[in-house]
Design a protein around this ligand. Structure first.
Ligand SMILES: [Zn+2]
Length: 121
């Protein structure tokens, strides 16, 4: 998972991984169980921050049995994440505001689903 809430603010794992001092703070917050899943219907909101030697940075639930974001993340392959990151960086470099891995509401059915990348409106 790319997104997590800390003190009410949304953070992206990729951006944390590129910022040494922020990553230090996020690791501490993760240890204190202060990182939360942004999904409003998530039953087990506590996330941990993971960034090892080989794997790229990501967030994961301590317990993810009933979360739509976690389910989206399971189908979110490495290729999809890489492509999404490239598109995200491209839009950002052109000055567009886009958000990774965001929940969108489907008006017709009043349900929601996660999208790899959406424009920030
Ligand atoms: Zn969740």
């Amino acid at each position: 998972m790319e997104n997590a809430l800390w003190n009410g603010k949304l953070y992206h794992a990729t951006e944390i991984a590129n910022n040494y001092s922020l990553e230090k703070e996020i690791r501490k917050a993760s240890g204190r169980k202060e990182l939360y899943c942004p999904d409003p219907e998530c039953d087990h909101k506590i996330l941990r921050y993971c960034h090892g030697e080989i794997k790229e940075a990501f967030f994961a639930h301590l317990n993810n049995e009933s979360c739509d974001y976690a389910n989206f993340d399971k189908e979110n392959t490495k290729t999809m994440r890489t492509v999404r990151r490239l598109i995200y960086d491209k839009f950002k470099s052109k000055g567009y505001n886009v958000q990774p891995e965001r929940m969108t509401i489907i008006k017709k059915s009043c349900s929601h689903q996660y999208k790899p990348i959406v424009p920030d409106v």
